[in-house]
Design a protein around this ligand. Structure first.
Ligand code: F6P
Length: 343
């Protein structure tokens, strides 16, 4: 029997376990494949740290958040022990015929390099941010939108009671999909995303309009949003090289500024990793399970160098390069479509 190793890499995401379950169940049942899991992302592959995966270890997994394999932001070329030649030795020693890497942009780019260096590898796209170009939706995104929408609904009742402006910060450092979808679903009065600058004056004008109508303004802001007059001094670089707001989050920068300029009492909420935790929605479980089952077909066909992806309602195969060509940003016209009713 052929033996495949599965790893999950990068930020975790509801639905990862459903992918693992889908792959193992179909692989065992239809092809007689065997599976192992590499622990903690690429780390497990580089150091040969594995766990057995079979029908009984994946039982009941589709509704469980996180990843039973563990994950990390460790890259396969990162350490002296890393690199394709060492990984080939590890795979040979463990009798592994191919690697299934579930991850986002960083994972796809490492996978492409390993494939070019002669490793049998396939991929499953993952990010709650929904910003991978090769696929219409990534699993985890729908769950994050549900959680953020519920947060808006809850903030609205407390905001209305106190006649306050409520600012909710959601995830998305490069793309505003979670903010856009949850903001539309929750009926936000302004949605602020990294792709579209809006001035503080404009934001305050929307907030004031809403207040003048006797409503409590609701602003949804993606963590990566910046307004043009904000200045750079507010951010610090994290250990992973990304800039993060010095004050906790953009919502915490924005809320006091709105309060100062408009005279409307304003409160900030940073939703944070709550968006990534817990039970995946039915939509994400279905998408993740289908992707997991399709990756087993790709392994059976020796489709190395490719990923599975959602195109409309179909699961298709794409090259790693397709996921890396462009970041999927919110298009200007999709933002304008909703912006006309802000305020
Ligand atoms: O890419 C997914 C994501 O959740 C982003 O939305 C967010 O900016 C980032 O990961 C947070 O990363 P970490 O979990 O390392 O703090």
């Amino acid at each position: 029997a052929k033996r495949f190793g599965i790893l999950t890499s990068g930020g975790d995401c509801p639905g990862l376990n459903a992918v693992i379950r889908g792959a193992v169940l179909k692989g065992e049942t239809v092809y007689g494949h065997e599976f192992v899991g590499f622990k903690d992302g690429w780390y497990g592959l580089v150091y040969g740290d594995i766990m057995e995966l079979n029908r009984s270890t994946v039982r009941g997994l589709s509704h469980e958040g996180g990843t039973i394999l563990g994950t990390s932001r460790f890259g396969p070329y990162q350490e002296p022990d890393g690199g394709a030649e060492n990984i080939k030795k590890v795979m040979k020693n463990l009798g592994i015929d191919g690697v299934i890497a579930i991850g986002g942009e960083g994972t796809a780019s490492a996978s492409r390099r390993l494939y070019e260096d002669g490793i049998n590898i396939v991929g499953v796209p993952k990010t709650i941010d929904n910003d991978l170009d090769a696929t219409d939706y990534t699993f985890g995104f729908n769950t994050a939108v549900e959680i953020a929408t519920e947060a808006i609904d809850r903030l609205r009742t407390t905001g209305n009671s106190h006649k306050r402006c409520m600012v909710l910060e959601v995830m998305g450092r490069h793309a505003g999909w979670i903010a856009l979808y949850s903001g539309i679903a929750g009926g936000a009065h302004a949605i602020l995303i990294p792709e579209q600058p809006e001035s503080l004056d404009q934001i305050c004008a929307w907030v004031t309009h809403v207040k003048n109508r006797g409503r409590a303004p609701m602003v949804v802001v993606a963590e990566g949003f910046k307004f043009p007059d904000m200045g750079e001094a507010y951010s610090v670089k994290g250990l992973d090289g990304f800039n993060r707001p010095r004050l906790g989050g953009i919502a915490e920068v924005l809320a006091p500024l709105i309060e100062e300029r408009t005279g409307i009492e304003t409160r900030a909420t940073v939703l944070g990793h709550i968006q990534r935790g817990g039970v995946p929605t039915a939509f994400d479980r279905v998408l993740a399970t289908r992707l997991g089952m399709a990756i087993t077909d790709l392994c059976a066909d020796k489709g190395w160098g490719k990923m599975v992806a959602l195109n409309g309602t179909d699961i298709v195969r794409v090259d790693f390069s397709d996921a890396l060509a462009n970041q999927k940003s919110v298009p200007a016209d999709q933002y304008q479509e909703i912006r006309v009713i802000f305020g």
